[in-house]
Design a protein around this ligand. Structure first.
Ligand code: NAD
Length: 298
């Protein structure tokens, strides 16, 4: 398949790499030349670097995938005068895998549909490790028939491909999951800090939580207390992993979506404020489990 790919960052780069390894022909674009060069050097002759979204839009692609930082970038790439929708022919399919708010996803998909282009929102979870290994989870919103049509493409980049319902619902699933993740990480951080300050050994405490009713992913797979688990950010100075500023962005998306739906999210809002504080203190680049440092003695 001829695939256009825009946004070759930490996630998009390895996703495009997996598509190339599976034999797809790619035309790519990223504002950062270094990101493009990394991919073109890896796949000499199999990938074509383009100079703008417009050039990809007019190059006869079967499908165009985007993996961009936030809604503003998605709007500019899709809706700008030199963007995709002003320039693609009808019947070119579009998949946006960026994490953005459901409302923007629905608005952009509606513009695409009005001019005869199918668009799916397909945010991912699984992090950079999952992107490299091709084991991402895709949460997909849009027409089910189109989901089924492009399932084989998703399968090249991911392991768990889930149809979530109509347009925007992939983003809804992502926002709800990540809000819970932020809340559960803060809860785990508080509980671990309390137990240790009252005299418990952190490994023993984590072991009890992980076989009791407090068990959750933040505790049993990604424990924020240093030394409890190996090979997680808390055991390597909170480097790598999922940045606190990315968690803050996702909590902001949940807050925006909740406001529109007039849906109360008291704990989600508190989690947003806690990550805001943490980020303001200069910690936005640390893994999100480093939030435990707010609750521990220096
Ligand atoms: P990133 O910042 O590493 O990559 C984004 C890329 O988009 C960059 O290379 C940037 O140059 C490019 N870009 C920005 N504006 C552009 C434009 N107008 N035209 C072309 N290219 C443009 O970000 P990432 O970590 O790859 O994340 C991408 C998306 O995936 C985000 O929405 C993020 O929330 C989501 N996500 C990230 C992770 C993670 O662990 N990093 C996990 C799940 C989901």
């Amino acid at each position: 398949m001829k695939i256009g790919f825009i946004g070759l960052g930490n996630m998009g780069g390895p996703m495009a790499n997996n598509l190339l390894k599976a034999g797809h022909e790619l035309c790519v674009f990223d504002l950062a030349e270094v990101a493009v060069k990394k991919l073109t050097d890896q796949h000499l002759g199999k990938v074509t670097a383009m100079s703008a979204p417009k050039q990809i839009a007019t190059a006869g692609m079967d499908l165009i995938i985007t993996m961009l930082p936030a809604a503003a970038h998605v709007k500019s790439v899709y809706l700008g005068p030199d963007g995709l929708l002003a320039n693609i022919p009808q019947n070119t399919a579009l998949i946006d895998s960026s994490t953005i708010d459901p409302q923007t996803a629905r608005e952009v998909a509606a513009v695409a549909a009005a001019q005869g282009n199918v668009m799916l929102d397909a945010p991912v979870s699984g992090g950079t490790g999952g992107a490299e290994a091709g084991t991402l989870t895709f949460m997909v919103g849009g027409e089910e028939v189109e989901f089924n049509r492009y399932k084989t493409v998703f399968t090249v980049m991911g392991k768990n491909i889930v149809y979530c319902g109509g347009s925007g619902n992939g983003q809804v699933a992502k926002v709800a999951n990540n809000m819970l993740l932020g809340i559960s990480m803060i809860g785990t951080a508080e509980a671990m800090s309390l137990g240790v300050s009252l005299g418990m050994d952190p490994k023993v405490l984590a072991g009890i939580i992980n076989t009791s009713s407090g068990r959750c992913w933040s505790s049993d797979t990604y424990n924020p207390f240093p030394g409890v688990l190996e090979n997680v950010p808390s055991s390597r100075g909170y480097t790598g992993g999922f940045g606190s500023d990315l968690m803050l962005k996702d909590l902001g998306l949940a807050a925006e979506a909740a406001k529109l739906a007039r849906q109360p999210i008291p704990l989600g809002s508190l989690a947003q404020q806690i990550y805001q504080t943490f980020s303001l203190q200069g910690n936005g680049g640390l893994d999100f489990s480093a939030v435990i440092n707010l609750f521990r003695k220096k």
